[in-house]
Ligand binder design. Structure first.
Ligand code: ZN
Length: 339
């Protein structure tokens, strides 16, 4: 065990003291797609003491091209990404405490998800959830590392509350941009770009964990891998920013979950059950099994109805694939699941 981190502790930037800080830290990875899964892999290998891994989705065949933690078996079994990631990472580094969370990140749980983190790493696919993470992290003074990639380019920004610009300084009101004009589904994403952005994010995370916050990039990183282009862009803090300047955390105060959300790049709609709807999961599985072919794993059931694949988690949250209209998705939910 002493030799496991030898190549890391010999680095003057980390050393034995840094390694102890790494082992004592909690890092949260939100979103376990291309960025999140690559980051989780690097951070687990580095020996982060506790890794909290949050994602709402299941592994799909289109993920395997770039989401380095997942295997064909995960896609065949529609395993939740958080559970699949934790299972693979345990085989890579069994000394770490893993906390897989299969849920949508929403105002009701985001502060709990980031609580106690030395740093939060962004592997998300939409700006609403990033804005939510930004507010939770600024409120609690937790650094977080924005990362994004699309096509052959990527961005990284390290956000240290009280020191650097926050996401809202850079992109005010970005929470409204729930449906980006471009998604990886239509635009594609080059696997190596995701790996590069994730490597940069992981390095930034490690700097923070070992107390070398002064070493993080004060600028926004832009990289275009196909055209060999790389630039550092200024990140200017806005003193009037409603989030980091005025400390108004409006998204956190919107306690209600959204009833539906389109999932970026998935041609799918997610349905959140209303709070009053309590579902008997076993009864649902039994009832559906009488009329449909129902597949299951310990976390969810999956079936095909009215030409759509449907995944239902134990808490009643569902994802309906091949559908864009939230109303049509809700009516399919009502027909087969209830609510
Ligand atoms: Zn700000």
């Amino acid at each position: 065990m002493q030799t496991r981190y030898a190549r890391q502790t010999v680095l003057k930037e980390i050393g034995e003291a840094g390694q102890r800080m790494i082992a004592d830290s909690t890092v949260v990875v939100v979103g376990l797609g291309a960025l999140g899964s690559n980051c989780a892999n690097l951070l687990a290998r580095a020996g982060i003491g506790s890794l909290r891994l949050a994602d709402r989705d299941v592994v799909d065949w289109t993920n395997l091209q770039r989401q380095s933690l997942f295997e064909e078996e995960d896609a065949n079994q529609s395993m939740p990404k958080a559970e699949a990631a934790a299972r693979h990472l345990k085989r890579i580094n069994s000394a770490i405490r893993y906390e897989p969370i299969t849920d949508d990140i929403h105002p009701g749980n985001v502060e709990r998800i980031v609580a106690g983190a030395a740093v939060v790493v962004d592997g998300l696919d939409n700006f609403y959830t990033r804005a939510l993470i930004n507010q939770a992290c600024v409120k609690h003074g937790i650094p977080w590392i924005y990362g994004a990639c699309l096509g052959t380019y990527g961005n990284i920004a390290t956000i240290v509350p009280g020191v650097s610009a926050c996401l809202n300084c850079l992109l005010p009101d970005v929470a409204q941009a729930t449906t980006p004009p471009l998604s990886c589904e239509t635009f594609g994403v080059l696997g190596p770009v995701a790996a590069l952005v994730a490597a940069w994010q992981s390095a930034e995370a490690l700097k923070i964990v070992v107390g070398k916050q002064a070493a993080v990039s004060p600028q926004l990183v832009y990289v275009q891998l196909w055209d060999n282009d790389f630039s550092l862009l200024p990140m200017t803090r806005n003193a009037e920013c409603t989030v980091c300047g005025q400390r108004k955390f409006e998204l956190l105060e919107q306690g209600n979950r959204l009833a539906t959300a389109s999932l970026c790049g998935r041609d799918a709609v997610q349905i959140m059950p209303s709070r009053s709807f309590s579902m008997d999961f076993d009864l649902l599985r039994e009832t559906l099994s009488r009329i449909l072919t129902v597949e299951e794993n310990p976390f969810l059931i999956k079936f095909r109805a009215d030409d759509h694949d449907v995944v239902v988690f134990h808490d009643g949250r569902a994802m309906i694939f091949g559908i864009a209209d939230p109303k049509a998705a809700l009516s399919l939910y009502a027909k087969y699941i209830g609510g």
